[in-house]
Write a protein that binds this ligand. Sequence first.
Ligand SMILES: [Fe+2]
Ligand SMILES: [Fe+2]
Length: 287
Amino acid sequence: MTSSVQHTGAGGYPKVRRMKFRFGEPEPMTKYYAGDDIVLSHLVALLSAAFPPGEESFIRSVRRFADQITDPVLKKRVAAFIGQEAVHGQQHGRLNEQLFALGYPLPRFVSERGELVQRAERLASPAAHLAITAAAEHYTAVLAARVLSSAEIQELAADPEVRNLLNWHALEELEHKSVAFDVYRSVGGPEWLRIAIMSVLHAFTIPVVGLGVFASIIADPPAWRPITVARQSYRLIRGPIVRGLLGEIQVYLKPGFHPDDVDTAALLRQWQIELFGAEGALVDRVR
Ligand SMILES: [Fe+2]
Ligand SMILES: [Fe+2]
């Protein structure tokens, strides 16, 4: 098994930034904040709702192996990974409060299922739990690269503070994209299990998320506009978020794959400067 735990990952050490976003200021958020797009607003609300319990689970999966990590560089990267995911969960939690007040019943229900996630993860072996995290991190890294490299996606996230949150989250997902993976390798996680877990996620994630968005719209009576929803669903499936996504996920199934095989270093540097350089757009959101 190859090991890449000695380097700091393509982006250097991930940096923990204690953010405080200003959702709903000065103008209150609108219900369909993603450019009046019902489907996209529900999709982002659902993902945002899943982040706090999901990211807590990612942190626990890595912590289960904390005492087996001996490499000092990897230890520092793990600490930064945990710090970043904790702030992500917290800031998405703040966005979620605003969204739930506007009425997103299913995302609210999902966000309150932390207990269920904990019970489910206890059924998995520690290695499988960590393999799930490593696979999920590949999803977030692929989506993050899309968010940061597509002008079309930047346009889609119409609410400026939601866009700021997504850009910051995307940036940090790229910064720590290989941490869980390197922990998995360093503790001897088997290659077959890594690939098997992703095969299952690869087959089910898009259908499950699609059904989730459908159910979320069903639970939201003001969104019952079938023609609009059909048109927006078609646009989403054919658009820059979903088009070609499975192919980019699939590269993870190749034996010997490493997240740094996908070169996102230039994109990362560009956005580190854009958001957090001397004149960075989000410098004033860091506490
Ligand atoms: Fe995250
Ligand atoms: Fe992450």
